[in-house]
Design a protein around this ligand. Structure first.
Ligand code: H79
Length: 511
């Protein structure tokens, strides 16, 4: 009997696809590459979702929201603006907020940039805005410009600083939300006027008075009501900081500099998109929610960083600070774990590009060229205690191979199956990923291992050929089980089947 052929048709009605056309900056690919260099080298950043909503835990006036996202509570429960102002905004007083502590935590974790919510969909600004008095300075007892303090600390500690600004929907400003979706009379108004006055006005403030801004992170562009206005204002704003990197979520016809993936860990990126960033929550909410303790493990977060680097993308890991201004302790645990690994293995992440292999059974690969030498970094997740590891179909002569952790030299032999690495210690150097470096000065000579058709023009798709797109928010992660040659997916359950994810068809063919 022939092996089993699986065809998986999976439909995602998700957040991962943002259409992109055209660009804000008129420049060559090479000039863009220079502008993007720090971003691609960085690979790892911190997203911070903080706003007055973090005080509520999905509940207001006896009503409860179903959505896990805490920052959506005002919309989810249709809270009247005056109530939100009185009971949520005016009580916000994060006395333990210390921008330097946040910046040092990000640095210690090995992150190279921070992107901070300056205004989310609830319309409340965490900076001192002259355009609207619905901000931290004029409407709360705290009266400190959170964005400015963070921007200054990033500058002091040489971390890149980016601003998240929700432009397409605003549940406070007149005209900010689609007419059909409004629930409060005060939301009545014209979207173009809102965009011109509030969005342009406030983002101009942020790009003018807060020092160097490295990233402008627009959000929820699908709600954009006038593409032309968005394109015009977007292009004008970019001129205020010529090196600014802008994401693809403004919602006009123009694409940004990079593509965003939200809550979906892609298996690979679209062919012609060079710049990509995944953002992911730590628990199930972007903003802090006291009752949500469903935190992803530190190992999973680190594995995600390695996965992203191996496909040539960035990872923006989200933190939701508590109402008093401190990070949750689970966040510190994850940051410590990753920071420790990066201290010895950072070379295998920063400044690397994507793996030349389609798939490796035991881990991931990243690479970089230094002084005309290629360094291949093999991140081994499944350690072998045999002392030997085969890198399939790598045909090059090798200059040297070693464990990155302690530079322990390793022997290699070329075999008909590929490069055999020998002399590995019985135990891995790290519980998740131990890195082996292989240095090659010839041109790379390998077979990437893509699926190829056989003589009769057919091919088999086996579980071991699959690259998995993972939505940790919604799915258990499928594991491959079974004997070699007869593997199957196990443990593939949808945790929240009512939400979006649907397996359309799994067809099984056999002969
Ligand atoms: O800031 C974070 C999210 O709040 C924001 N983007 C990240 C970075 C975001 N905006 N929109 N979305 C995410 C997706 C919106 C999903 C929705 Fe719904 C589904 C809006 C309406 C239906 C969630 C579920 C909110 C109401 C019900």
């Amino acid at each position: 009997m022939k092996k089993v052929l699986f065809i998986l048709l999976i439909s995602f009605v998700g957040l991962n696809i943002y259409a992109q056309k055209g660009a804000y900056q008129n420049e060559s690919e090479a000039t863009k590459a220079e502008r993007m260099q720090w971003f691609t080298d960085a690979r790892f950043g911190m997203f911070i979702h903080w706003g007055v909503y973090c005080q509520l835990d999905g509940e207001f006036n006896g009503k409860e929201q179903r959505d896990p996202k805490g920052e959506w509570i005002m919309q989810n429960l249709k809270i009247p603006i005056e109530d939100y102002k009185k009971e949520v905004v005016s009580t916000f007083n994060p006395t333990q907020f210390d921008a330097e502590k946040w910046v040092l935590a990000a640095k210690a974790a090995g992150m190279k940039y921070i992107v901070m919510t300056t205004k989310h969909h609830d319309g409340f600004a965490l900076f001192n805005s002259a355009v609207s008095d619905y901000d931290i300075f004029d409407a709360t007892p705290f009266k400190r410009d959170i964005v400015k303090e963070l921007a200054e600390m990033c500058n002091k500690h040489e971390l890149r600083f980016g601003i998240y600004y929700s432009q397409a929907q605003d549940w406070y400003q007149p005209g900010g939300y689609k007419p059909a979706k409004r629930w409060d009379k005060a939301q009545t108004g014209n979207w173009e006027t809102y965009f011109e006055k509030i969005v342009k006005g406030q983002v101009t403030e942020l790009l003018t008075d807060y020092g160097k801004i490295s990233i402008l992170w627009w959000d929820s562009g699908r709600a954009t009501q006038n593409k032309k206005v968005a394109d015009k204002i977007g292009s004008d704003l970019v001129k205020l900081q010529p090196e600014l990197i802008v994401n693809g979520r403004l919602g006009g016809a123009l694409q940004g500099d990079f593509k965003t993936y939200e809550q979906v860990i892609p298996a690979t990126f679209e062919k012609n998109n060079l710049y990509n960033e995944l953002c992911l929550t730590h628990n199930r909410s972007w903003s802090y929610r006291a009752s949500d303790t469903d935190y992803k493990s530190p190992e999973f977060i680190l594995e995600t960083l390695i996965n992203m680097a191996s496909i040539g993308g960035n990872f923006l890991f989200n933190v939701g600070p508590k109402p008093n201004g401190e990070f949750p302790k689970e966040t510190y645990e994850a940051l410590d774990y990753i920071g420790n690994w990066l201290k010895t293995n950072g070379e295998a992440i920063y400044g690397t590009s994507k793996s030349p292999f389609y798939r490796l059974d035991w881990g991931k690969c990243t690479q970089k060229t230094v002084d005309e030498k290629t360094k291949l970094y093999f991140h081994i997740f499944d350690w072998t205690s045999t002392g030997e590891l085969l890198i399939p179909k790598l045909w090059n002569k090798v200059d040297k191979a070693y464990l990155l952790d302690e530079k322990l030299a390793l022997k290699t032999t070329s075999t008909p199956k590929g490069l055999l690495i020998k002399g590995l210690p019985k135990a891995p150097k790290h519980d998740l990923a131990t890195v082996i470096v292989v240095e090659i000065s010839e041109e790379l000579n390998l077979n990437a291992g893509y699926i190829t058709t056989s003589k009769n023009q057919s091919f088999e798709l086996l579980p071991t050929n699959a690259l998995l797109t993972i939505k940790p928010q919604f799915d258990d992660i499928p594991v491959i089980a079974g004997e070699k040659g007869d593997e199957y997916f196990d443990n593939w359950k949808n945790k929240y089947p009512h939400l979006r994810f649907k397996i359309q068809a799994i067809k099984r063919y056999g002969k």
